[in-house]
Design a protein around this ligand. Structure first.
Ligand code: FAD
Length: 548
């Protein structure tokens, strides 16, 4: 099989144009091509009105060796790599102690699935509820202002990505094609087939709910065990005669203890109490940069027109997205993050008396507004005013400070503080919405967001918005809406692990993974990290059994 990359065709090309483009590229006749499949389809929208589709195609040809020789110097004609997933080992027939996975977000889901597929019968402990019950609790905050601290946008089956846009792309380096395994498993669980080949796939929140349930059933059918409302409150650590620390078990909120030698920490970025517990138990953690800012909302039609011009609305293009970065005079960088085309801004707090924003959408992406986080990077040195103890958890103090401030500025009712972009730039409190209506539930309370984030971040965003407007016309329009605050862009800590066996720097048997440990950012990369860590756990257990 040959892989042809960078095949460009007009947006409205006929079906036969693909075969013709293959013949042209390879300089062969029709008989030489047995079949082809689309590996990836993206688009190049740099020329508004002349948007091109860009294909990567896998082609079964009659004389592959000869063609490879002829195109030896052409980087766009290569042998198709084998992207099929291969298990690194299988579980021994007798398993003394089962591995434990903490957290059932994308990372824990894939760690659990791969371990189950290899026969390791993992026990997966999730503090939140099963996804249907969790959905009810999440809506209880959005509709009735009742926050459930253990069952919300951050905690529960499916993890933080469940109420999301379900974007499934990532820029991680993935030489082992684990990302492909994630997508293939998602399709088996009910995701649309196109996620395998479109360059920027997304699933939308509605389908994600069914998919995580299906994946749970698969794990259970393979002997895995999933326990909801089972929060891990402690870990047992033993130090051997050589002074090496080993994890020996976990303690749950219901008082139960589970003995195990292998624990995957797939906690997500919001498990603040669990980070505190790990710190207290001496597990090596360090403070990590993250970002803080607001969600911005514009009409999706404005973004579509700015990006696609007359081809806006084309079914192959869908709702347009954007990605913006601006480097400011004060040395800070402002960037757009987690852009949700045709979606809504959501209440994403997990602690009482705090307000946090994020974004989600359905598969159709047909809500009126586009939203994205507009955020400014913060470094561990920025955490000092909030916690000067030198603790690796100081970033959490910064997050809590501004999330509490947002709660106050929103009126203390779980409404989020908001402001028109024009007023924010001009330094005026907003008094009325314009054409753009905010989508955040339970509501947006107009105020002055200059008091909602640190001064350097206010200054940076004020500078960045006009610069973004020059890149995407209308971005700084007066009645676009900022809603605050966005604080959970990534984990404020890193639970550092060894590069080779993925175990904690100072505690054997503990495998920090996913977004909470600082090793992923987003659904796909968290799933990929779950696979990596599952393999490391499996190899470690297999080695222990061989040695015994
Ligand atoms: P999480 O998904 O956070 O899962 C961690 C799990 O661990 C949680 O379920 C939690 O309850 C559980 N847990 C924590 N502590 C304990 C404990 N002590 N005991 C037991 N269980 C525990 N990313 C994208 O790629 N595309 C998107 O479109 C997208 N949209 C998003 C929209 C929203 C609203 C949010 C909040 C996030 C979005 N993200 C998106 C980010 C993405 O969801 C995360 O990057 C991803 O979920 C991280 O996966 P994870 O498994 O590492 O952690």
């Amino acid at each position: 099989m040959l892989r042809l990359t960078d095949i460009k065709l007009p947006l409205d090309h006929a079906e036969e144009a693909l075969a013709a483009a293959i013949r042209d590229r390879l300089h062969v006749g029709q008989q030489a091509i047995r079949s082809y499949t689309v590996f990836r389809r993206g688009h190049d929208a740099r020329k508004r009105g002349a948007i091109q589709l860009i294909y990567t195609l896998d082609v079964d040809v009659a004389d592959e060796a000869k063609l490879l020789q002829r195109f030896a110097d052409d980087p766009h004609v290569r042998p198709t790599p084998d992207t099929n997933y291969k298990f690194v080992t299988q579980a021994p027939t007798t398993l003394a102690r089962r591995p434990v996975v903490i957290g059932l977000g994308p990372c824990g889901l894939f760690a659990g699935l791969i371990l189950a597929q290899m026969g390791f019968r993992p026990i997966i402990l999730e503090r939140g509820k099963a996804v249907r019950e969790r959905t009810k609790d999440t809506w209880d905050l959005w509709r009735k202002r009742n926050l459930h601290p253990e069952s919300n946008v951050q905690f529960g089956e499916g993890g933080a990505g469940t109420f999301s846009d379900g974007k499934l792309y990532s820029q991680i380096s993935d030489p082992h094609h684990y990302g492909r395994k994630v997508l293939v498993e998602f399709v088996k669980a009910g995701a649309p087939e196109e996620i395998i080949y479109v360059s920027k796939p997304h699933i939308g929140t509605f389908r994600l709910v069914t998919m995580v349930e299906n994946m749970r059933n698969t794990i259970e059918s393979l002997g895995g065990e999933i326990r909801f409302q089972h929060r891990v409150d402690d870990i047992e650590v033993e130090t051997d005669s050589d002074g090496v620390r080993h994890v020996r078990g976990v303690a749950l909120s219901n008082g139960e203890q589970i003995r195990t030698d292998h624990v995957v920490l797939a906690l997500g970025h919001s498990a603040r109490d669990t980070f505190e517990m790990l710190h207290k138990r001496g597990v090596y953690l360090e403070a990590k940069p993250f970002s803080i800012g607001f969600r911005v909302e514009h009409p999706q039609s404005m973004v579509d027109n700015a990006r696609f011009g007359p081809q806006a609305g084309h079914p192959l293009l869908g709702a347009a997205d954007y990605k913006l970065v601006h480097h400011c005079h004060n040395g800070r960088s402002v960037y757009s993050f987690c852009m949700c085309p045709g979606g809504t801004v959501v209440a994403a707090a997990s602690e009482p008396g705090r307000v946090v924003t994020n974004g989600m959408s359905q598969y159709s992406r047909n809500e009126r507004n586009a939203n994205a986080a507009i955020v400014v990077g913060v470094e561990p040195s920025d955490f000092i005013p909030y916690d000067d103890s030198g603790s690796p958890l100081a970033g959490i103090a910064l997050q809590r400070h501004w999330e509490s401030r947002a709660f106050e500025l929103g009126g203390g009712t779980y409404e989020a503080p908001g402001q028109l972009v024009g007023d924010f730039i001009a330094g005026r409190t907003s008094s009325a919405f314009g054409e753009v209506q905010p989508s955040y539930k339970p509501g947006v309370h107009l105020t002055d967001l200059a008091h909602a984030i640190p001064d350097y971040a206010v200054e940076a965003i004020r500078e960045a918005m006009p610069a973004f407007d020059r890149k995407l016309k209308g971005f700084a329009r007066h009645d676009a809406i900022f809603t605050g605050v966005e604080t959970r862009t990534s984990s404020p800590v890193r639970i550092r692990r060894n590069d080779d066996d993925y175990q904690s720097l100072n505690t054997r048997g503990l495998f920090p993974a996913g977004e909470g440990a600082g090793y992923a950012g987003g659904i796909l990369s968290a799933g990929v990290d779950g696979i990596r860590v599952a393999e490391a756990v499996a190899l470690s257990i297999a080695a222990m059994h061989q040695a015994a």
